[in-house]
Design a protein around this ligand. Structure first.
Ligand SMILES: Nc1ncnc2c1ncn2[C@@H]1O[C@H](COP(=O)(O)OP(=O)(O)OP(=O)(O)O)[C@@H](O)[C@H]1O
Length: 224
């Protein structure tokens, strides 16, 4: 089932007098329960496309339809609410809060996403998800004592604790070695399938493409 449709998306950046069109009419459809990887040379527009799709920056033109909403015509407040409640984010580095334990990182995310749930259920949800990502034994740990792969597992758990419909991942394995990268991709695939999430990721690593359902190549601001 299509959940995300991007149509004729354009983005122009202006630096003084100079205008650069970095997205030149991109079309892309994402389906539930599938991972799509954006690949292409540096500067081809992958991160710009991902951040616009995620509502982190505005498009110059075009449409983004998500679950019946046109994201490009929303107010910034409506967009903020969709981002917080329906989207999840994972980046190259985990960006965990240094003074919060693993379980507190997830608890904070439930607050940010305005998930209303009794305290015992919150604890259960957090425990269940930490088990899914193989970290229930490190619930009380602070980020400084976690390995790179463990930090990224916490970042993934934090990105989906509020049950988002779409997960955006910008180079989620770029800071990890090959073995850890494969483990993280296997986890992302497993969670995408079992929780029926729609995942859009950017990667430079061809080894990771065997874990995804679709590979979309970008070149000079277009899908090719
Ligand atoms: N805020 C901005 N202002 C001006 N130009 C920008 C801005 N953000 C991106 N660009 C330009 O847009 C083009 C596409 O950048 P983008 O980061 O989307 O590429 P990418 O394919 O993700 O590259 P990489 O693989 O190196 O991360 C580049 O030429 C970049 O310099």
């Amino acid at each position: 089932m299509d959940i995300f449709t991007i149509g004729e998306l354009r983005k122009t950046f202006s630096n003084g007098e100079v205008k650069e069109e970095v997205l030149k009419g991109v079309n892309l459809t994402l389906k539930k329960g599938e991972i799509t990887a954006l690949v292409g040379s540096s500067g081809s527009g992958k991160s710009t496309l991902l951040t616009i799709a995620a509502g982190l920056q505005p498009a110059s033109d075009g449409k983004i339809l998500f679950d019946g909403h046109n994201l490009t015509s929303m107010t910034s407040e409506e967009m903020r609410s969709i981002r917080a409640k329906k989207f999840g984010f994972v980046f190259q580095f985990a960006h965990l809060v240094p003074f919060l334990t693993v379980e507190e990182q997830l608890d904070l995310m439930l607050d940010v996403s305005e998930v209303k749930m009794p305290k015992e259920n919150r604890q259960q949800e957090i425990h269940y998800l930490l088990e899914r990502v193989g970290l229930s034994h490190r619930k009380q740990a602070y980020p400084a004592s976690l390995s790179g792969g463990e930090k990224q597992r916490v970042a993934i758990a934090r990105a989906i604790i509020h049950k988002p419909q779409v997960l955006f991942a910008d180079e989620p394995t770029a800071s990890l070695d090959s073995k850890r990268s494969k483990e993280i991709m296997s986890l992302l695939r497993d969670l995408t399938k079992t929780l029926n999430i729609t995942t859009l990721m950017v990667t430079h690593d061809e080894e990771m493409l065997s874990y995804v359902d679709h590979v979309v190549k970008m070149s000079d601001g277009l899908v090719v």
